[in-house]
Design a protein around this ligand. Sequence first.
Ligand SMILES: Nc1ncnc2c1ncn2[C@@H]1O[C@H](COP(=O)(O)OP(=O)(O)OP(=O)(O)O)[C@@H](O)[C@H]1O
Length: 575
Amino acid sequence: MDAYDIFKKLSKGAHFDFKRFRNDAVKLKMIPDWPKPPLASAAATSKEIEDEGESKDPVPSDASDTSLSLGEDDSGLEDESANDLEGEEEEREEGTRVRLLGDLVADDGDRKKRKRKIKVQGPEHAAAMHREQVNRLKNIHRIHAWGSDIPEPIRTFEDLGSHGIHELVIRNITKMGYESPTPIQMQAIPLLAQRRELLACAPTGSGKTAAFLVPVLSHLKGPEKRGFRAVIVAPTRELAGQIYREALNLAEGLRLKIHIIEKISKAMKKFGPKTAGKYDLLVTTPNRLVYLLKQEPPVLSLANVEWLIVDESDKLFEAGQRGFRDQLAVIYNACGDSSKARRALFSATFAFEVQEWCKLNLDNLAMVSIGARNAAVDTVDQELVYVGNEHGKLVAFRDLVRKGLTPPVLVFVQSKERARELFHELIYDGINVDVIHSDRSKLQRDNVVKGFRRGRIWVLICTELMGRGMDFKGVNLVVNYDFPPSSISYIHRIGRTGRAGRQGKAITFFTEEDKANLRTIAQVVKDSGCEVPDYMLRLKKPTKKEKRSLERRAPKREPISTVTRYDKERKLKRM
Ligand SMILES: Nc1ncnc2c1ncn2[C@@H]1O[C@H](COP(=O)(O)OP(=O)(O)OP(=O)(O)O)[C@@H](O)[C@H]1O
């Protein structure tokens, strides 16, 4: 048996790529060296190739650049010829001999296999491949979507054009330096562009604001002088202010009139019947809006509203804030033709009650969730530090300062009083520190936020007020001076750092008082990839009742003061 025979035997049933091995075959004088055919014939259909295979003529003159394949069709996956091939196959008998090289022939023993493979190709095959790619994209970005007719996620911002997004908005996205869409933007924008009602849940700092602003602004297109056509509701005025600024940036050039309700008294004068018509988009907290709507006659009209967006929806629905559902009903009912008004709710954390409410109230609901629900972002390096007692917290914080803090730093405490106390302790330590809580005037709050953004304030002491939605670029460290009341609060607080893919750090102090919630929060820390001591995960789980009571009432703590009770008692004894 010579090499030729061996090759013949070995190549039986094999795929032979004529394009790749033609030179070798010519060198071995297995086939004559014909000139290359023009491209047109290289693109000969599979049917032609198969017909050749049946030909009596051993090597037709234009066969040299076609791939003869067993088990595969190289005519192109989406080529209709694949379908032709299918028909052809049915008529063939088993055991046909197929030409491999020159006069080399092999029994087509793989006939059945080939039949099956060829059959799945064609338009259905292309559709299956496409679905597979979409699924892969969703898996990579951990996009989960539920509902009927969910559109495909976009891959790039260029794809927005095919979803009808206004070209000026696309230009503004680029101007803002956003290079590619975040997972929530990939899926939520096409859904909202189809005017679907939506419940969306995506991690802190993952670009939810743009995910709703882009389709809403694009839908508004330009000024229409019909009054508000979109309303965005957020839980705090600081967050409303932030959304307002992002809306102005994304809407540049659209000439839309975007308004934020800062002061009720101002709004009362502003929205007279003559002026109300000139606004297009309203950003507000629910209390202010409901107050204005409940005036007789209502101070503003939502008769032409087409979009109602709720940011930080689970905060607004939180237990004890039962009122918000009623407020939302007041707002929604004020939207003239409510069937025209589409609603979308966004948050970083998922609440079962919100989902149930949406299922009950929203029309043809779509739900999107990115990654694991109620998880901390994995870009934050987290640490839980036992500090013994209240005095230990001050010592530990001063130790952090001594070792060198890299500003900006956010420090969370559980109440306004404690925010004040900590501020008075730290103000003499020579660090640029300030404090924000709901007792400070609006002007003071605005100035503090501005100062922190501009780097004038290095350490900002705050209450839960700053926990939601606030986007301070480059916060390096979050310190939970007081243990958070729940894992949800923990996720939002530490989410002020490690935003938009940046790295961040979070340090959480705990004492004996915080044992009840320690296990739950330690689990969140562990799930996001950080280390926690095993004993924490073995602690007793808090009951639902305990959890709820902790959420409502933070543990009573010693005042924040360098002078401890022990020192005070000793001082008194000496007197
Ligand atoms: N596609 C993008 N590419 C880069 N940066 C982006 C993109 N989209 C948004 N950002 C930026 O990411 C940061 C976080 O965005 P945003 O405040 O909307 O987050 P979020 O998901 O609403 O967070 P939170 O849950 O804390 O409210 C912002 O500074 C925003 O400018």
